[in-house]
Design a protein around this ligand. Structure first.
Ligand code: DC
Length: 273
């Protein structure tokens, strides 16, 4: 069972103090997409019977998914659910417990009552493990190298999928991003996108991201990791990475973020009801 403090997490009275302690800049400065979003007013159409909005976005890492989904959530006045961050927090909990990530039983025990809270505000990157903001740590090398092993464990997925479904339902309007959103988590989503790009381009993007975040990075290592993770994520038995039959495939290799964003907005518009 995963406790779900997420919906009210940002109303926590101690939040500002914790954020300051974690060295966070003001909220509005956390995200730089370099997208000309100011020009586009929020569009609030719906594609769910209850007047809400759901878009499922899947694909491997480095396709621009996260940046695009955050920007899109702002444009569509929706929440942003980053499911990869949840698997990363589970992995961090495993590593902190001193557990071998390939020891399935120990991984299950270490993640059973995961004190995880995510913030679904697209302006926030806050992810809490037991009240501590671990947003930077979950992007580090150790977690990145071990997340495929942890996320391949069916019991870990079961817990997190339940949390993801709850978050999407509570959000009412949500862009939900991951690897199995269109195939498993929200298989009935009214619109699904699957982003792809060549491994070299994806590795280049991840490398640039690492460097600009001040993390040590070496291109050959990043490329090898991208290819290794693709293989692990696509070949695992439970919820392998693959496009849903009804997903729209978007190859972002030659596209700017703006173009991907426009393409997604058009898909969502077409799914209006
Ligand atoms: O999107 P990301 O790179 O932060 O995801 C980290 C890992 O989590 C990725 O290697 C695969 C796994 N993941 C998953 O198995 N299912 C999801 N819905 C999201 C991520």
């Amino acid at each position: 069972r995963v406790p779900c403090p997420a919906p009210g997490a940002h109303q926590d009275p101690h939040r500002a103090a914790r954020r300051a302690e974690a060295g966070f800049p003001a909220r509005t400065q956390q995200l730089r997409t370099d997208l000309p979003l100011q020009g586009g007013a929020a569009v609030t159409f719906s594609n769910m019977p209850d007047g809400g909005l759901i878009l499922a976005v899947d694909g491997p890492s480095g396709t621009g998914k996260s940046t695009t989904c955050r920007a899109l959530a702002k444009r569509l006045d929706a929440k942003y659910v980053d499911t990869g961050a949840m698997y990363r927090v589970a992995t961090l909990a495993v590593l902190r417990a001193g557990v071998d990530p390939t020891d399935t039983e120990a991984v299950i025990a270490a993640t059973r009552d995961l004190p995880l809270a995510v913030n679904d505000d697209p302006d926030s990157t806050e992810v809490l493990l037991d009240g501590e903001n671990v947003a930077a740590e979950i992007r580090g090398r150790e977690v990145t190298q071990n997340v495929s092993a942890v996320s391949a464990v069916p019991e870990v997925r079961e817990n997190l999928v339940a949390l993801q479904r709850r978050l999407a339902a509570q959000a009412h309007r949500a862009i939900v991003e991951g690897r199995d959103i269109g195939t498993v988590v929200l298989a009935d989503a009214p619109v699904k996108a699957y982003l792809t790009a060549s491994p070299e381009i994806r590795a280049r993007r991840r490398y640039n991201q690492d460097r600009s975040a001040g993390r040590e990075a070496d291109f050959a290592t990043v490329l090898a990791d991208v290819i290794r993770r693709d293989e692990l994520d696509s070949s695992r038995t439970t919820s392998p990475l693959r496009p849903a039959e009804d997903a729209h495939l978007i190859d972002t290799s030659e596209m700017t973020l703006d173009q991907v964003l426009e393409t997604l907005i058009n898909l969502v518009k077409e799914s209006q009801r």
